[in-house]
Design a protein around this ligand. Sequence first.
Ligand SMILES: Nc1ncnc2c1ncn2[C@@H]1O[C@H](COP(=O)(O)OP(=O)(O)OP(=O)(O)O)[C@@H](O)[C@H]1O
Ligand SMILES: [Mg+2]
Length: 504
Amino acid sequence: MEKSFLQVKNVSKSFFGNKVLSNVSVELKPGEFLALIGENGAGKSTLINLVTGIYVYDEGEIWIDGKLYKNLTPAEAQKLGIYTVRQELSINPVLTVTQNVFLGHELLKHGVLDKKRMRQITRELLDTVHLNHIDPDQDAGTLTMAEKQMLEFCKAVYQNPKLLVLDEATSALDDDQVEIIFSKLRKLQKEGLMVIFISHRLHELYEICNIMTVLKDGQQIVTETIKQLDEDRLISLMTGRKIQDLFPPHRDSQKIQAEPEIVKIEGGAFGKCRNITFSVKRGEILGIGGLQGQGQQDFLECLFGIKKLKAGKMFLNGEEINLSGPSEAMKKGIAYLPAERKTEGLFVSHTIAFNLTFACLDALSNRIGTIIKKREQEQLAMAFKAFSIKANGPNQIIGELSGGNQQKVVLAKWLARNPKLLLLNEPTRGIDVGTKKEIYELMMKLASSGVSIIMISSDTMELIGMCDRVITIYEQEINYELLSNDLTEETLVKASVFRRSGNE
Ligand SMILES: Nc1ncnc2c1ncn2[C@@H]1O[C@H](COP(=O)(O)OP(=O)(O)OP(=O)(O)O)[C@@H](O)[C@H]1O
Ligand SMILES: [Mg+2]
């Protein structure tokens, strides 16, 4: 029998007297890929943080490579070959791609930085994940969320890890990009690489892992080989209930197409996009699909007034408007959920209550500007319930919440404004399957009450399951438009990867 590289034995961890991990044991041998599964706040990232030396555990033992570590530090963990790609990206936007890869591990030649070599290695790394279009000297801030995630992966792989921890490291990637990463992982697996993989996209776990551990409220519910654990049982173990039909039933798409247009852009130029004409109907859920980074985000940013409309016209309820910026967009009833929630969507060192009420101060205050406590409390209670936010209470600091619960707060924050047009960039990224279903139902309810929704998603099934219509973007142009009746995985993929020919 081969020896285990990692042994976590009966480990527990509390924060301020709140036990978030209780008696958890996992083990990894060379070549094994372990899936760590559980709802938002179940304790997955905390377990990872113990194994990577970010936090120190209270009880139990962690053995690595045959040695007991009581107070493992991040530096020690790295020395032992444990590297992490996290939910929160660590890419520094003002450094170049190369500088990011080598941050803290710079190569020297005769005592000075060997820039040429570092650039060359970065080029090779980028090529292995098909990021040929990215220049190693480019500022990392110019990369899309998905490209940043791929870059993090390259950075970790370059360190030649023994154990690679992927904490939702594929959450911003589309299917093709995930496949590129997986094929690299499979190659490394043959050389003995171990992986701990956390993802709320369960099919990804089934594709690449051999063992699964399910956590619920910090307790280890089960650890089994993947063959023993089918998806239905897995979901009921993690959520405590059965989930059938993740997506609510589709509505009558013809009826929706007959509704008036809420927003329309005609011949618009924004970001790198040119000559764009599209609209969204009242109560419609419009999806924006296509391969990553084709300009999808520019659509939402233009509608929210972040990117200027350089040419063409924008209409809101049939009236031409010229948004001066996001605050005007908000006044006009438009809300935007950005993809990078941490940096763009939250005040992480403030409480949940502050974050939730901040976005809708006007709705919660009386005429002289004082917040009406009762209304605030009602709003908070509603948000906690609607999104099943797992936290100690409204006064907990956002930064202490699990990744998924932070996302829920951002979403709740925007919905609290009762928008007429809701722009969602990857609305369920990082959100567990049980809550996903609730969010889908909420979206459908909003849409049915007349709210228009435009959503970007890298999850094909989500576009198919939720949208009344999808437009796909290809090189900053609208490529295809598909009505819900025509939406299948096949049509959507085709509409994303092939440029529409002129006579279609
Ligand atoms: N630094 C901290 N201080 C206080 N509580 C914390 C801290 N870090 C985590 N927690 C709490 O521990 C619990 C588990 O959080 P963890 O981040 O491990 O969840 P998770 O399973 O990774 O969830 P997600 O899928 O949302 O990322 C949560 O209730 C969270 O609020
Ligand atoms: Mg987490």
